[in-house]
Structure formats: structure tokens, C-alpha cells
Design a protein around this ligand. Structure first.
Ligand SMILES: Nc1nc2c(ncn2[C@@H]2O[C@H](COP(=O)(O)OP(=O)(O)OP(=O)(O)O)[C@@H](O)[C@H]2O)c(=O)[nH]1
Ligand SMILES: [Mg+2]
Length: 290
């Protein structure tokens, strides 16, 4: 069969994770309208009849502002070296900018075979999409596909183009496996996604979730204890909300998705903790899995 690894790259918020989920057919990566949603490399597996694609979703590339940002960028460029092809995602609703050009340059330097997806075609008008395809065409990559990760339009074409670039190889993952992430990680991410949808501005970047314990009890309920970690005392109140309202709402929303994921009833205990400046502390970043 044809099989291999595909590095999914692009600026923050262009829809990389949404596209990976659409190609895999399951939610393996959380998404949000905020830039820098994805923080880890996440592998999502597309099982075809004669191919297997391992899509490696990664944080959007941007100018690093702190130790976390630097680690994320290194992570992405590191994953390029280990990949058989790249999927470069552009956003049809915003013109090609210096960030996109920088990524294009890196891709060309690396010599990796690249498929360009111009995403969010459901939002961008036709002329904008065509002009983007034209500009991107100058980079001379392997293929160009206008796509909507949200409606699913042309997602199959992206998969087809990528599959055609894969070398002969083994199935890297068994058919029932769509991601390599441990349950603990997926659960923490689902909690973080619910917070991202509700919090404003800077705060989401200061928030991380660490799942400490998952235990299936004889009564069939899975008990999960997780910590919501923020950077400053002032943020603690926001994350908990008036009378614990925010914590309750997020907890209920996350619990519903976790129950669907695990297929059991779930008791989710969320606790909030302040870790001052966690994004700039290498030791803490290690412990939190970055
Ligand atoms: N209308 C529309 N919205 C989309 C499409 N693809 C993604 N989005 C939205 O764009 C936002 C960002 O999507 P993500 O998939 O989180 O983007 P990302 O590139 O993974 O972002 P980072 O992880 O922050 O780098 C979300 O609100 C998505 O719902 C699309 O094809 N059409
Ligand atoms: Mg993402």
C-alpha cells in the first residue's frame, strides 16, 4: 500500500485542525476561532482502501513571543524533516501575507513534496479564491486544491493528492486507530476547547488543562480529575466564574463530549490552579507535556 506521514502546516487559525478532522472523519484535534489553538503535534490517521495517511497536525507558525511559542515552532519544523509530504493550508478569507511566504520558503528549502489547500472557500468569494490559487501557484508545489474543511467540499481531493505522493510502505496504524493521543490528552484538550469557546482575548493562551486521574469504577462511571492551570491569580476568578458558573458550564459541556468519547457515564472533577508564568518555565513545560 501507499503510506506515510504528512506534516500539516500553515499560519494560526487557517483551519489546519478542522481539515485534519474532516479528512480523518473523526474529531482528533480541537478547533476554535482563536489563533494558537493547537499546542501539540497530533497524528490523525486516514485509512483508505489502498493507502494510509498519517496527518501530523501542528501549532500554527507565528513569531514566537515566549518559550512556549519557540518550542511550538521548533516542533513544527522538526516534524517536516520526518515527513513524506506536507499539506500547506492557506485561508481564502485573508490575503497571502509574509507569514505564508516564510512558510512557503521553508517548505521549498526542505524540498518536501507539498500540497497546498486554500481553505474556507465557503466564506471567500470566488475571485479571492482564484487570486490566492494564482499567487500560490508561483511557488510551484505539487498540487493546489480549493477546499472547505467546514462543509467537507473537496476534502477527498486533498486526501487523494496526498495519497498519490506517498511511497510504498506499511500500515503504520491499525484500522480502528484514528489518533495516537492518549485518552488523558484528548480529555484535557476537550476541556480546553470548551474554555476557548467562552473566554476572551489573552486568557485562553494562559490556560492549560492537566488530567491527573482517570478511573473506571465498578458502577460503570468513569471518574476523571483534571486541573485547569492559569498564570495569574486574577485569572483564577474568571475561569471559575461568578458562583462557579463558568466552571460548571464548561464542565458540563466537556463531560457530554467525554461521555460520547468513552461510551460510559463520566464524573468530571475540575480544579483550578495558578502556576505563575507556566509558559516561560521550561521545567513546567516539560511536565505539562510540551
Ligand atoms: N467557514 C469556515 N470556517 C472554517 C473552515 N475551516 C476552519 N474554519 C474555522 O476557522 C477557525 C480556526 O480553525 P482551526 O482548525 O482551529 O485552525 P488551526 O489552523 O488549526 O488553528 P491553530 O491550531 O490555532 O493554528 C475555527 O473557528 C474553524 O471553525 C472552513 O472551511 N470554513
Ligand atoms: Mg489547530
Amino acid at each position: 500500500m501507499k503510506s506515510g506521514f504528512v506534516a500539516v502546516v500553515g499560519r494560526p487559525n487557517v483551519g489546519k485542525s478542522t481539515l485534519v478532522n474532516a479528512a480523518v472523519g473523526k474529531k482528533v484535534a480541537i478547533t476554535s476561532p482563536r489563533p494558537q489553538t493547537t499546542r501539540n503535534t497530533i497524528r490523525g490517521v486516514v485509512h483508505g482502501e489502498a493507502f494510509q495517511l498519517v496527518l501530523v497536525d501542528s501549532p500554527g507558525l507565528h513569531k514566537p513571543k515566549n518559550a512556549l511559542g519557540e518550542r511550538l515552532n521548533r516542533l513544527v519544523y522538526g516534524s517536516l524533516a520526518e515527513s513524506d509530504a506536507a499539506l500547506f493550508v492557506l485561508d481564502a478569507t485573508s490575503p497571502i501575507g509574509p507569514g505564508d511566504r516564510l512558510i512557503a520558503e521553508r517548505l521549498r528549502e526542505s524540498g518536501i513534496q507539498t500540497v497546498v489547500a486554500v481553505n474556507k472557500t465557503d466564506l471567500g468569494d470566488k475571485d479571492a479564491v482564484i487570486s490566492q490559487l494564482g499567487h500560490a501557484g508561483e511557488w510551484d508545489f505539487a498540487a493546489y486544491v480549493p477546499v472547505s474543511a467546514l462543509t467537507g467540499e473537496n476534502v477527498d481531493l486533498v486526501v487523494e493528492e496526498l495519497a498519490s505522493l506517498m511511497p510504498e510502505g506499511p500500515a503504520y496504524f491499525p484500522t480502528e486507530m484514528v489518533t495516537d493521543q492518549p485518552e488523558q490528552t484528548v480529555i484535557g484538550e476537550l476541556v480546553r476547547e470548551k474554555y476557548l469557546a467562552r473566554l476572551r482575548e489573552e486568557l485562553p493562551h494562559s490556560l492549560t488543562v492537566s488530567v491527573e486521574d482517570i478511573e473506571e469504577r465498578p458502577n460503570g462511571t468513569t471518574y476523571i480529575s483534571a486541573r485547569v492551570i492559569v498564570e495569574r491569580d486574577s485569572q483564577k476568578g474568571i475561569v471559575i466564574g461568578k458562583g462557579g458558573e463558568m466552571l460548571k458550564t464548561v464542565g458540563a459541556e466537556a463531560r457530554a463530549e467525554i461521555e460520547a468519547l468513552l461510551g460510559t457515564s463520566v464524573f468530571l472533577e475540575l480544579r483550578v490552579k495558578v502556576e505563575k508564568g507556566w509558559q516561560d518555565k521550561p521545567q513546567l513545560l516539560d511536565r505539562l507535556g510540551f
